[in-house]
Ligand binder design. Structure first.
Ligand SMILES: Nc1ncnc2c1ncn2[C@@H]1O[C@H](COP(=O)(O)OP(=O)(O)OP(=O)(O)O)[C@@H](O)[C@H]1O
Ligand SMILES: [Mg+2]
Length: 355
């Protein structure tokens, strides 16, 4: 170990709050003619963290990635990536980052190893080092057996892995992943998540990923921003975002309309659904709340057939926030009252208990 390395490794690692951000933007704006695609994006992403930009189709996710990776210029605003200004030092930005695009950038006629060696050449790695790097990446991504096969024969999951391996050839400090798991089966998605977590835990890189999958953001990201129509409509940890949505409720199902109507009379703030014979009572899913609801039913001798607890999850956050901004667009044209979008149910946020 040389003196510099020794000095560096004996120093306490700076905390996330004292480190300068890996990515910072201020008022980032992009339009094509009259069409505004990004409308003032402010971001600050600490080094060594995973950031997820979440948004529906056409929200502006890929555009944000393209700007931050110097592929297209912003119309206005500022951005620094790895401490370098995007417009003043695009070359320095490029040498610190790696990008895996929304669509795989592989040469189908070459083998997996040849694709990696080509990338090593593009990074001007000496032959021997290039071969070593390619072998290590094939091993890391469990692609050694397939290394000599043409990419045309690869499954979607293998392509995604190889695409990410290509990005890692240049040892980037900041990695942009545009929808890294779109189209993958559940097992391949999990493998990809493990790889992404490993990059941060083992190599200390910063990850900027875009996704339409709420569970992906929930699983991976330290912080999440929700993009809709080119604007950030929310930012925070998964927990913070979930707390913003007052969607928690307890749903009771009854065997007959009499039971439903009697219960509805007891719970003033509850919304009865006469077709489904259910009653939705606002509240969290805590044991005391549940006990209180059941006690009220018991004391009135009303029998509920089933009880479901719904705690807000990122699906609610996403639908509510993106719906809200769409709604405010609409209300500009027509005053049209709507109920909160909580008819939507998410399986993973429910616990069912028959009574
Ligand atoms: N070159 C272009 N000229 C005009 N409009 C464009 C251009 N590129 C993108 N757009 C528009 O910008 C908006 C945002 O596109 P973008 O690809 O960033 O969305 P996205 O969030 O990545 O969507 P997806 O989830 O479908 O990948 C879209 O309405 C798109 O039509
Ligand atoms: Mg996109």
């Amino acid at each position: 170990m040389d003196a510099d390395t020794a000095a560096a490794s004996s120093a306490a690692p700076p905390s996330a709050t004292t480190r300068s951000p890996a990515i910072r933007t201020l008022g980032l704006h992009k339009s094509y003619g009259d069409k505004v695609v990004l409308d003032g994006i402010d971001l600050s992403i600490p080094e060594g963290t995973i950031f997820a930009l979440l948004g529906p189709n056409g929200a502006g996710k890929t555009t944000t990635v393209q700007i931050l990776t110097t592929l297209i210029p912003a119309t206005a605003g500022q951005a620094q990536v790895a401490g370098h200004d995007l417009t003043r030092s695009p070359g320095a930005v490029r040498s610190a980052i790696g990008v895996t695009g929304q669509f795989a950038a592989l040469d189908n006629l070459l083998t997996a190893r040849e694709n990696l060696l080509l990338m090593a050449d593009l990074h001007h790695l000496p032959r021997r080092e290039g071969r070593q790097r390619a072998a290590a990446l094939l091993d890391r991504f469990d692609l050694t057996e397939a290394a000599a096969k043409p990419v045309a024969t690869f499954s979607g999951g293998m392509r995604r892995k190889l695409d990410l391996a290509m990005t890692l050839v240049g040892n980037p400090r900041i990695i942009f992943l545009d929808e890294p798991t779109t189209g993958l089966d559940p097992r391949s998605r999990r493998t990809m998540w493990e790889i992404i977590r490993g990059l941060v835990a083992d190599d200390g890189v910063t990850i900027f990923l875009t996704t339409q999958y709420l569970d992906e953001a929930d699983q991976l990201a330290d912080r999440i921003a929700v993009l809709d129509h080119g604007k950030l409509v929310a930012e925070g940890t998964a927990e913070e975002l979930k707390r913003r949505i007052p969607g928690g409720h307890i749903r009771l199902r009854f065997a007959d309309p009499d039971g439903l109507e009697s219960a509805a009379a007891l719970f003033g703030s509850a919304a009865p659904d006469r077709e489904a014979l259910t009653l939705q009572i606002p509240g969290d899913g805590s044991i005391p709340t549940l006990r209180a609801v059941l006690d009220v039913l018991d004391s009135a001798s009303i029998e509920a057939e089933a009880l479901t607890v719904h705690t807000p999850d990122l699906d609610d956050v996403f639908l509510t926030l993106t719906d809200r901004s769409r709604r405010s667009d609409r209300t500009a044209q027509q005053a049209h009252p709507r109920t909160a979008p909580h008819s939507h149910d998410s399986l993973n946020s429910r616990t069912e208990k028959a009574r």
